[in-house]
Structures are given as structure tokens and as C-alpha cells.
Design a protein around this ligand. Structure first.
Ligand code: PEP
Length: 261
């Protein structure tokens, strides 16, 4: 079964509003010569404060080649939760995707598997799609518990979701030791872990495992994407650092397209 690849850019806590507009326009300019149908699903995830502006740049262009995502949300629909942002608010700014469970949120903001599960449910109930991150630390890899740790993260994140919702969701396997370090996980090993994740999804939800898209993330660069995309189970990439420059992000998008054309 062929799954449409996804290339998603996580801009993290970078870019003021004008930078975000410039980067959004730069990505669209770089994709101008390509047909929308040939491209992967391309997603940019700016900070909350730039979502409106990035969405305006996307809609003004009208090319429909780039979708908008957010980097986090809260699971409650409204209320006294100072500093938090609801799914409906994200939808209001034009978001279609929400990254949840990024290792930086787990590490620095104490995001738990239970919270990630609640967020996934709220995102899907609100008509958006979650990009659910998982991954192991270097210590866990060296202790030989990579697979059991990640399978547990996935089981908890997807607990209680419907098969239909799982089929349209996205998972990103991001080994923590490869994020922002320049050390990319060997493509065969990334593919092995992603196949293991797909198998976990199959045990829980049957054939939804053939539809869910599972990305690799961790120091993806234009030079690495073709090998990564040539692997059987890698459906795309979640890109941090290399998504902050339009030319490198566009090269990753077109590199993925070249392999899956
Ligand atoms: C990320 O933040 O999700 C990420 C993979 O970052 P980088 O590409 O910089 O390693």
C-alpha cells in the first residue's frame, strides 16, 4: 500500500513574525515549479505567535502546497489554564496538524504519555490531526530497551482511539540522541524501529497500520533524505534545524519526492 509521504518542519522556538512570513514565502517560492499532486504533504509548524501570519501568507499565495501545524496544544476545550492553547484556537488560525509528545516537551515541560493520549483525543475530536512523537534516549538505547520503551509510548498514546482516527494520524520516531545533534540514526535502524512501531499499531488497530504515516526525525538534512525515503517503512521526516532555511527544507521536500515519484 502506498502512503503519501509527509515532510514536516518543526520551527521550535525560533522566528519572529516577519521571519516566519519570509520563511513561509521562501518555502512556497521554492516549491513553485512543482505540481501539488507530485509533492509530499508539506507541513510547517511555526510558534503560536506566528501561526496567524504564516497562515495568511499561505492563503494569500493560494497554491495549497503547504499545510499549517502547531507544536503543542492543551486537551481541555476552555477554562482557567493560563498560558495554554486549545485545539479550537489552533483550528481558528488555520492549523490542520498538531505535534504532540515532542521529546523537548516531555523533558522540559513534564509532558506524560497520559497527557499525550488526552491531547491526541482532543486533536482528533476537533477535526485536526496529531503528529505523535516518540523516541528513546541514548541510555535507553545502550541498555537495550529501545523497542519496549517506544512500544509502550505508542500503546499509551493511542489507547482508546478509533481505528479510523489512528489510520489518519501521524507518528514521528525521533531518537532523542539524534535530535539537534547532527547524528542521524542509521537509515536501516530507523526503518527497523519504524516497522516495529507499525507492528505495534497493527496489534492494536489491524489494517490502520497500513495507512498511518510514520516519520523519522533527528538531524534530517538534504543529504540524508533520499536514503531515508528509500526504506520500506519510513513515510517522511519531521525536520527541526534544516527546516529553518527555505532552501534546505525545500531540498528535503524535493529529495523525498524524487525517491517516491
Ligand atoms: C525535531 O525537533 O523534531 C528535530 C528532529 O530536530 P533536528 O532535525 O534539528 O534534529
Amino acid at each position: 500500500m502506498s502512503r503519501r509521504p509527509i515532510i514536516a518542519g518543526n520551527w521550535k522556538m525560533h522566528n519572529l513574525m516577519q521571519d516566519a512570513i519570509d520563511l513561509t514565502n521562501g518555502v512556497m517560492a521554492g516549491l513553485k515549479e512543482y505540481n501539488k499532486e507530485d509533492l509530499p504533504t508539506v507541513i510547517i509548524a511555526p510558534t503560536f505567535t506566528s501561526l496567524y501570519a504564516a497562515n495568511k501568507a499561505l492563503t494569500d499565495c493560494g497554491c495549497g502546497k503547504v499545510r499549517l501545524g502547531a507544536q503543542n496544544c492543551y486537551f481541555e476545550p476552555k477554562g482557567a489554564f493560563t498560558g495554554e492553547v486549545t485545539v479550537e484556537m489552533l483550528k481558528d488560525t488555520g492549523c490542520e496538524y498538531v505535534i504532540i509528545g515532542h521529546s523537548e516537551r516531555r523533558q522540559y515541560f513534564s509532558e506524560t504519555d497520559e497527557m499525550i493520549n488526552k491531547k491526541a483525543k482532543a486533536i482528533l475530536a476537533g477535526g485536526l490531526l496529531p503528529i505523535i512523537c516518540c523516541g528513546e534516549t541514548l541510555e535507553q538505547r545502550e541498555a537495550g530497551v529501545t523497542d519496549s520503551h517506544i512500544a509502550s509510548q505508542i500503546r499509551k498514546a493511542l489507547d482508546g482511539l478509533s481505528t479510523e482516527d489512528v489510520a489518519k494520524s501521524v507518528i514521528a520516531y525521533e531518537p532523542i540522541w539524534a535530535i539537534g545533534t547532527g547524528k542521524t540514526c542509521d537509515a536501516d535502524e530507523a526503518n527497523r524501529v519504524i516497522a516495529m512501531i507499525r507492528n505495534t499499531v497493527r496489534e492494536m488497530f489491524g489494517s490502520a497500520a497500513d495507512q498511518i504515516r510514520i516519520l523519522y526525525g533527528g538531524s534530517v538534512k538534504p543529504e540524508t533524505i533520499e536514503e531515508q525515503m528509500s526504506k520500506s517503512d519510513i513515510d517522511g521526516a519531521l525536520v527541526g534545524g534544516a527546516s529553518l532555511k527555505a532552501d534546505s527544507f525545500v531540498k528535503i521536500v524535493t529529495g523525498a519526492m524524487a525517491v517516491r515519484a
